[in-house]
Design a protein around this ligand. Structure first.
Ligand SMILES: NC(=O)c1ccc[n+]([C@@H]2O[C@H](COP(=O)([O-])OP(=O)(O)OC[C@H]3O[C@@H](n4cnc5c(N)ncnc54)[C@H](OP(=O)(O)O)[C@@H]3O)[C@@H](O)[C@H]2O)c1
Length: 272
């Protein structure tokens, strides 16, 4: 598939996805409420208006929650990679956004849609995951594809940074299987080469690590001597994470968490 719209193209995953598809020669465009936030490094020449540039993806202005701008963004598209999510508000607008996207796609010639979801959304009663699961059902009814991935390196780093704001860093006493967004982007590109409806095999990071160890490795790399305290919480959600419902045996070869840290903090030892 060559003409591809990436929703959430300014996000953690959307940026490497749009950069990779562009490098692979696709006629790719992004969708964002704020096209000016697109990274020039990842997506050169990104005017919010005006004619398509000869080189570089264009980011279309649009709001999935209202449906504004979707008709223009979808015009002529063969496929959509749906990475957008209201992540800061636990997916509050995600169902309406997905409905709006599917309705607009139906009017625009029914392009293939690949939805990005999370491993374990059907096993963990976390409110955001419940929204993702319901969005998956909408995608399935449309005939789209679904790729579930484990937690992104950047997301885990965000958690570690947040924990490090306290004098003692509190770390959930659960495992994590962090994955590089470049690995997820590469799988997305493969799936677009052979578009199928329904769920693709889950995609997980190369190793399962204990979150307190991950936070310690971040603190060491960042030069901090803060202690890390593993914490357990009551409830079904934490219990499901404790049982590893967010992990998958489908492991990608790399990069590893240590490679990611090395990129952010040169001098950190990498995985041999
Ligand atoms: N983070 C993880 O560890 C992880 C793991 C597995 C799967 N996932 C899934 O992967 C997807 C991407 O996650 P991410 O971490 O890249 O998210 P992110 O960095 O928070 O980016 C969210 C993107 O969604 C866009 N967006 C939000 N609301 C929108 C709206 N109403 N209209 C148009 N665009 C909207 C934002 O664009 P603007 O603000 O520019 O409009 C932004 O580009 C999500 O579906 C997430 O559930 C995440």
């Amino acid at each position: 598939m060559n003409r591809i719209l990436v929703t959430g193209s300014t996000g953690t995953l959307g940026r490497p996805v749009i950069a990779l598809l562009h490098r692979l020669g696709a006629d790719v465009r992004g969708l964002s409420r704020h096209p000016s936030h697109s990274s020039p490094a990842d997506s050169p020449a990104l005017p919010a208006d005006g004619p398509l540039p000869a080189a570089g993806p264009r980011t279309f202005r649009g709001d999935l929650a209202t449906g504004e701008g979707l008709e223009q963004a979808l015009a002529g598209m063969e496929a959509v990679v749906h990475c957008a999510s209201d992540t800061r508000r636990m997916g509050r607008t995600d169902l309406q956004a997905t409905r709006n996207l599917l309705d607009a796609a139906g009017r625009a010639g029914h392009p293939y849609i690949l939805f990005i979801s999370i491993v374990g959304v059907d096993r963990i009663p976390y409110p955001y995951y419940r929204v993702k699961l319901r969005a998956e059902a909408l995608i399935e009814a449309y005939g789209g594809g679904i790729l579930r991935a484990t937690q992104f390196h950047d997301f885990v780093l965000g958690g570690a940074r947040l924990a490090a704001r306290l004098p003692i860093a509190l770390a959930p006493d659960v495992d994590v299987q962090p994955i590089s967004t470049t690995t997820v982007a590469a799988r997305i590109a493969d799936l677009l080469d052979d578009p199928r409806p329904g769920r693709a095999p889950d995609l997980g990071g190369p190793e399962v690590l204990h979150t307190p160890d991950v936070f310690r490795s971040y603190l060491t790399a960042a030069g901090s001597h803060r202690p890390v305290l593993p914490i357990r919480l009551p409830g079904a959600t934490f219990g499901a994470f404790r049982r590893g419902a967010h992990l998958t045996p489908h492991r990608s070869p790399g990069p590893h968490w240590s490679d990611f840290l090395q990129n952010h903090f040169p001098g950190t030892p990498t995985t041999p």
